[in-house]
Design a protein around this ligand. Structure first.
Ligand code: S3P
Length: 176
């Protein structure tokens, strides 16, 4: 699945929006791990966290990744922000295709997610400190998983998608 592009990064980094822009540009179908897990469970992520617990959600993420690895076709894959935290998942992501880390500043995340109640990990005291703390812990793991890192602040999803495509062409071994 050489052409598969996997988007990773923090909540609110724009993985879904950039995924849609890449889908438009490449014609490859967009798969969203959160959406697939919700469809499979027949309930929202918030309900899965509330009724079954985070551990069960993390187990579903790893299972979903295994399913995606079995697909023949190339895709754009948008992932939940916590998916690359498990080493097993980071290895599976690498095997799946090119892993792109969409890096974002904490302030941008807070602005984008103000009033959002669909992220259980940021519920309650989900202020800037919480975002900063989680991001500091996760950044090294996102970097470890990534083939490509894009600083996204101030860029539109379409401009980010263009950058990703450009970088993939530059990094490819194909001589034209
Ligand atoms: C999570 C991110 C969410 C979702 C769940 C947990 C995380 O996805 O998977 O709420 O641990 O960062 P988004 O990154 O799409 O918000």
């Amino acid at each position: 699945m050489a052409g598969t592009i996997i988007l990773i990064g923090f909540m609110g980094a724009g993985k879904t929006s950039v995924g849609r822009a890449l889908e438009r540009r490449t014609g490859l179908p967009l798969l969203d791990t959160d959406q697939l897990i919700e469809e499979q469970a027949g309930m929202t992520i918030s309900d899965i966290f509330a009724k079954k617990g985070e551990e069960e959600f993390r187990r579903a993420e790893t299972e979903m990744l295994k399913k995606l690895a079995g697909r023949e076709a190339e895709n754009i894959v948008s992932t939940g922000g916590g998916l690359p935290l498990k080493e097993e998942n980071r290895r599976a992501l690498k095997r799946l295709g090119t892993v792109v880390y969409l890096r974002v500043r904490p302030g941008t995340v807070c602005r984008r997610l103000a009033g959002d109640n669909t992220r259980p990990l940021l519920a309650g005291d989900g202020g800037k400190e919480r975002v900063q703390e989680l991001m500091t812990a996760r950044d090294p793991l996102y970097r470890e998983a990534a083939d490509l890192i894009i600083d996204t602040d101030g860029l539109t999803p379409s401009a980010i998608a263009e950058k990703i495509q450009q970088k993939m062409v530059e990094n490819s071994n194909i001589i034209v």
